[in-house]
Design a protein around this ligand. Structure first.
Ligand code: BGC
Length: 247
């Protein structure tokens, strides 16, 4: 089934028409910078612009960067504070006149990786960790998604959440070397090992392309691999989520 997948991130909003059963992109991939401030109205306008530019009419899957339950944002994540408690699917429907199905971004990326990427045919506990503006986590157990895991919200040594010291944005903000940052990621992942005992870690987000730069600094026991779908995981997962919701 052809669906439009939109991936809303802290820095860019990406979209493509996707064949949800094969994960293939059927259109060009659009990317528009996330409006600043990323208010519900501003983001709705961008979503509408994308739909019009792809000439799309039909259901839309959206991957959204905070906890999402039944189409509602339970937090604002790294977007504007106004998002908290917004019924995202209704907001976009009112602006764009299409049906929307909204899922947490890391859950979307994990759905795509498990079906078409590095998690294919993997059983046990698989934790897909996305390192970007924030830290996202999509956790699968024996092929089933355990939605809205927020592993980046765990507190670290100094009381800060892990996201604020181990996300990719922390590396850029504090101008850390890959070694310094890799040690932080290692601290985070080894902490997770002690809590959830995963069978496999999959690292997603744009940084997964550069995994060789920090992998050697990871002192962990669990097998770890880079995501395969790279920048398209959120788009594909969003379309898959819409597909599953419609079925
Ligand atoms: C949010 C997560 C999200 C992650 C990546 C975090 O700030 O709490 O829900 O998956 O950022 O966007």
């Amino acid at each position: 089934m052809e669906l439009l997948g939109i991936d809303i991130g802290g820095s860019g909003i990406k979209a493509a028409i996707v064949d949800a059963s094969t994960g293939e992109l059927l259109s060009e991939r659009k990317r528009i910078p996330t409006p600043k401030p990323a208010t519900p109205n501003a983001v709705s306008d961008t979503v509408n612009e994308i739909i019009e530019s792809l000439n799309w009419s039909g259901p839309v899957g959206v991957s959204f960067p905070t906890i999402v339950k039944n189409g509602k944002a339970l937090h604002y994540g790294n977007l504007d504070k106004q998002w908290k408690n917004t019924q995202i699917d209704n907001l976009f429907k009112n602006r764009c006149n299409q049906d929307f199905y909204v899922v947490n971004d890391a859950d979307a990326a994990a759905m795509a990786e498990m079906k078409f990427g590095a998690g294919k045919n993997k059983n046990g506990l698989v934790a897909i960790i996305t390192l970007g503006t924030g830290i996202g986590s999509g956790v699968f157990f024996n092929g089933k998604l355990l939605s809205n895991f927020e592993l980046g919200q765990i507190h670290g040594k100094k009381g800060d959440i892990m996201e604020s010291f181990a996300a990719e944005s922390a590396r850029k903000r504090e101008d850390l070397s890959y070694k310094e940052w890799g040690k932080r990621v290692s601290y985070f992942l080894s902490h997770l090992e002690n809590i959830i005992h995963p069978d496999l870690f999959i690292i997603g987000g744009g940084i997964s392309k550069k995994m060789e730069k920090f992998e050697k600094h990871l002192d962990i026991k669990t097998p770890i691999t880079a995501a395969k779908l790279l920048n398209n995981a959120g788009i594909v997962g969003a379309a898959m989520f819409a597909h599953e919701s419609i079925d």
